[in-house]
Design a protein around this ligand. Structure first.
Ligand code: DDQ
Ligand code: CA
Length: 273
């Protein structure tokens, strides 16, 4: 009889402890706690569009109404341009001084923000008149990628750091080292803000990292080797690396291209099982 009472008491105490302390949710759910990392995605091309094969793409964004804005690099070939997505035709071209090598580009309100390679100098352009620009300096080590959530700017400088930048003062307000598990992810390049995440091209890879803006954790990897390999197999020998992500938030379309690529792709993701 005593044995049974103490067993019941013990069970009661365990239940009481769970109720009082709160049952840890990961006992019953593996979501977010899974020991197996499942955030690996392959892609499907759902549309392809022509892209200027002379554009050394360093910044890309969707501006609405079938238009993209693009920043191109290389000294003497750098520019900011408005591009018709369907035809790939450059509708507005603003060439840059050959001192500058155009890099990341993002659109916040009426202004395009652009950074430049190997300098801390950036430019703000009026989206309706690219010839109206202002120079600024930023606090990153270099200018590689830019994106925005509509409030702050996200920036990369080729290191493993994802910066948050105040668009008014251009000062760094926060930064996180980007890590996949315990491994730092270096060479963060062109960026895009997509549904609460920051997506980054990793320079000289065919991979895009999906990054948490809260702590820099890599939430997923998108693998796109088939795009560059397909272009090479079709005889496009002059192409450079995958670079450039744009997001149409109205219709949830994702676009990617590369430096000197003759095509721009609309893609869909498929988790690899
Ligand atoms: N970045 O995109 C990784 C930030 C810069 C790429 C720089 C590529 C250099 C191309 C060679 C230039 C020769 C004058
Ligand atoms: Ca982008």
């Amino acid at each position: 009889f005593y044995k049974n009472t103490s067993l019941i008491l013990l069970i009661f105490l365990i239940i009481a402890a769970f109720v009082l302390l709160g049952i840890p949710s990961n006992i019953f759910s593996t979501v977010g706690y899974s020991p197996v990392f499942t955030g690996i995605y392959s892609i499907e091309v759902v549309n392809e569009f022509p892209h200027d094969p002379n554009a050394f793409t360093q910044g890309l964004l969707y501006a609405g109404n079938g238009s993209l804005f693009e920043s191109t690099g290389l000294h003497g070939r750098s520019s900011v341009r408005k591009v018709d997505i369907q035809t790939g035709k450059v509708e507005v071209l603003q060439e840059m001084d050959s001192r500058y090598f155009g890099e990341g580009l993002t659109l916040l309100g009426e202004w395009l923000f652009q950074v430049t390679w190997l300098t801390k100098i950036g430019f703000k352009y009026d989206r309706n008149d690219l010839s109206k620009s202002e120079k600024f300096t930023h606090q990153m080590q270099d200018g590689w990628g830019l994106a925005t959530d509509g409030k702050v700017l996200f920036g990369s400088d080729g290191s493993s750091v994802l910066y948050k930048i105040d668009p008014q003062t251009l000062k760094v307000i926060d930064k996180h080292v980007v890590k996949y598990k315990d491994h730092e992810v270096h060479n963060l390049n062109e960026l895009e803000f997509i549904k609460g995440e920051v997506w980054a091209n990793v320079y000289q890879t065919d991979c895009i990292a999906r990054i948490s803006q809260d702590d820099g954790r890599v939430l997923g990897w998108i693998l796109l080797p088939n795009l560059r390999e397909g272009l090479l197999a079709a005889g496009n020998n002059a192409i450079d690396v995958l670079n450039g992500i744009a997001w149409d938030s109205d219709t949830n379309r994702i676009f990617v291209t590369g430096k000197l690529w003759p095509k721009l792709y609309e893609i869909k993701l498929h988790p690899i099982k």
